[in-house]
Design a protein around this ligand. Structure first.
Ligand code: SF4
Length: 212
């Protein structure tokens, strides 16, 4: 699957960012929205000099909410971003990399203890900002694994354990595999799948059943 998708999609520089903290903020913004909306917000945060911990702690809530608005759920997301910045300021002297430098499971537990950071967000931070071998078991991944007949589960931990048990634990491989699956979900394996021309069409259980 990795190789087949890799031959069909280009996903290099899939999460463009100038710093690890930018990726951490992006991981919060990207919850339940499109990347295009996240980009608008990131551009505005950058233009306002807000892509560092101390500036985010200082900024007032109303201004931050206004900037975050295009990404949706703006009150919640602004509050989560501020919460993360405040946590890093208090516990890590405003150095976001200090959490990522901790051993993987300790860093994960700590991220999950911060208000508003769930498993998918924490794992995106660990993989893309921390370069840790943690697979992000997003809902798109569950949809594809289920339709292809590989794994019938919607349980985040089960999907993550399964992928991590068969894919070599290298951050660059997990990151590329995740990006390839997202690309497949955007182009073919949408809510209503477009199986014609899908790189997995020949082996996919859903597509084979449909052709019977
Ligand atoms: S063949 Fe269809 S159902 Fe299977 S992965 Fe591709 S788009 Fe999804």
């Amino acid at each position: 699957m990795y190789e087949r998708l890799g031959a069909s999609f280009k996903v290099e520089n899939w999460w463009p960012a100038e710093s690890e903290f930018e990726i951490m903020i992006g991981a919060i913004l990207t919850q339940q929205t499109t990347w295009e909306n996240v980009e608008k917000v990131m551009t505005d945060l950058k233009a306002n000099g807000l892509l560092d911990v101390d500036s985010l702690v200082r900024i007032d809530n109303d201004t931050l909410e206004e900037i975050v608005m295009p990404a949706g759920f703006y009150r919640q997301k602004a509050s989560r971003i501020k919460g993360l910045a405040e946590y890093i300021k208090v516990h890590y002297d405003s150095n976001p990399l200090a959490i990522m430098n901790r051993p993987l499971e300790e860093a994960r537990r700590e991220l999950l203890s911060i208000r508003g950071i769930g498993e998918e967000t924490a794992d995106s931070m660990l993989l893309f900002a921390g370069h840790k071998p943690k697979f992000v078991a997003a809902s798109y991944v569950s949809r594809i694994l289920k339709r292809t007949g590989i794994l019938d589960s919607e349980d985040y931990d089960e999907i993550q354990r399964y992928v991590e048990s068969i894919v070599p634990p290298k951050p660059e491989i997990y990151a590329k595999f995740y990006a390839l699956l997202i690309q497949l979900a955007k182009t073919h394996c949408k809510a209503r799948p477009i199986c014609g021309g899908c790189p997995l069409e020949r082996e996919c259980a859903f597509s084979v059943r449909k052709g019977e």
